[in-house]
Design a protein. Structure first.
Length: 145
């Protein structure tokens, strides 16, 4: 990584922000498994509600996880900015995800004053091969530093 990004929020800070601004998100903050300079890792626990016909994790579930991973990544690095919003999300589905936990690793590619750009790699638990890859851009509120 060519740039160093110092995290401004930890898992407890993310959980507090989500509880305050997104109570409808339920336990989504618990998906945050680890974070560091320029990256976060999330684990979406498996549930039958995430399945589509054929016994595989659905595309909308994978898109939700990719977007959530990027949102948590942005918040981790810009601080309490709940008004940061997705401005683009491109996802490539690479292989059928297994009916088990899904892991997401999000990495910053660029963090500017107005935009944050990152990539998210999604894998099924126990298999390092990506099931999907997303490129996500977030628009940052003007007050973000």
């Amino acid at each position: 990584m060519s740039e160093a990004w110092t995290p401004k929020l930890d898992a407890a800070g993310i959980a507090a922000l989500i509880a305050e601004h997104f109570p409808q998100a339920g336990d989504a903050a618990s998906w945050l498994a680890a974070s560091g300079e320029g990256w976060v890792e999330l684990v979406l626990p498996f549930s039958d509600e995430h399945l589509r016909p054929g016994g595989t994790v659905s595309g909308p579930t994978l898109m939700t996880l990719a977007d959530t991973a990027m949102y948590f990544l942005v918040l981790t690095h810009v601080g309490r900015q709940p008004l940061a919003v997705t401005s683009s999300l491109h996802i490539d589905f690479l292989r059928r995800p297994a009916a088990r936990d899904v892991h997401a690793r999000a990495e910053l590619l660029r963090l500017g004053r107005a935009l944050a750009v990152g990539r998210v790699v999604l894998t099924s638990a126990g298999d390092p091969r990506p099931v999907a890859h997303a490129t996500v851009t977030y628009a940052l509120p003007r007050s973000a530093e």
